[in-house]
Design a protein around this ligand. Structure first.
Ligand code: SAH
Length: 193
């Protein structure tokens, strides 16, 4: 099988941006903890003076992420929260530089538990408020499961209406791939110059 070297996965493209945005000591959010790969990645990026808030509504997610963080000695800079991302405003008071969403269901777990349009949009709204100027929200959207296309449409309806003087919204995805490839949305809060 032939392989790409540069244009690989949208989650890799995502990291190209995130890496530029996150600075040592930043506060950031993993809105969908899942198996904790992004939480671990973010914890490494913010360094020992930074902090990561990570949300999931499944105990399994907390358990496997906790293990990952302990193994790498990163637990002190992460708060694992067993609650929906739509409630993030109850936990976070300071400005954040980055929020990562990886929507859909947790691979290998109960596929019935999926992110849903209303709560996802509420969480995006909170994220945009908490974001500092030039901060970024990234959203990986999956449409291959039941409810996925509806969620994608709701998110697009919402972000298309964001004022272009306040936010830059970009979409990124493979347009020649079969089987519903994930779509990436990147939103930057604009800064007064
Ligand atoms: N589709 C991705 C993984 C997504 S995991 C992939 O294939 O890599 C999505 C996670 O979001 C799941 O662990 C699920 O439990 C969680 N989730 C669902 N609703 C949520 C909510 N309201 N708040 C926070 N997390 C939620």
């Amino acid at each position: 099988m032939k392989k790409s070297k540069y244009i690989t996965k949208v989650t890799d493209i995502n990291k190209l941006y995130i890496e530029q945005v996150i600075e040592n000591g930043d506060i950031v959010v993993d809105a969908t903890m899942g198996n904790g790969y992004d939480t671990k990645y973010l914890a490494e990026k913010v360094g020992e003076n930074g902090f990561v808030y990570s949300f999931d509504i499944q105990e399994e997610a907390i358990k496997s992420t906790k293990k990952k963080l302990e193994k790498e000695n990163l637990s002190d800079r992460v708060k694992l929260i067993l609650d929906g991302h739509e409630n993030m405003d109850k936990y976070i008071e300071k400005e954040i530089s980055c929020v990562v969403f990886n929507l859909g269901y947790l691979p290998r777990a109960k596929h019935r538990i999926i992110t849903k349009p209303n709560t996802t949009i509420k969480a995006i709204e909170h994220s945009l408020k908490l974001l500092k100027p030039n901060g970024i929200v990234s959203i990986a959207i999956y449409t291959g499961h039941e409810g996925g296309p509806e969620e994608k449409n709701s998110i697009y309806d919402f972000v298309k209406e964001l004022n272009q003087d306040e936010f830059s919204v970009m979409e990124c995805g493979f347009i020649n791939q079969v089987n519903c490839p994930p779509q990436l949305l990147l939103i930057e809060k604009k800064k007064e110059d």
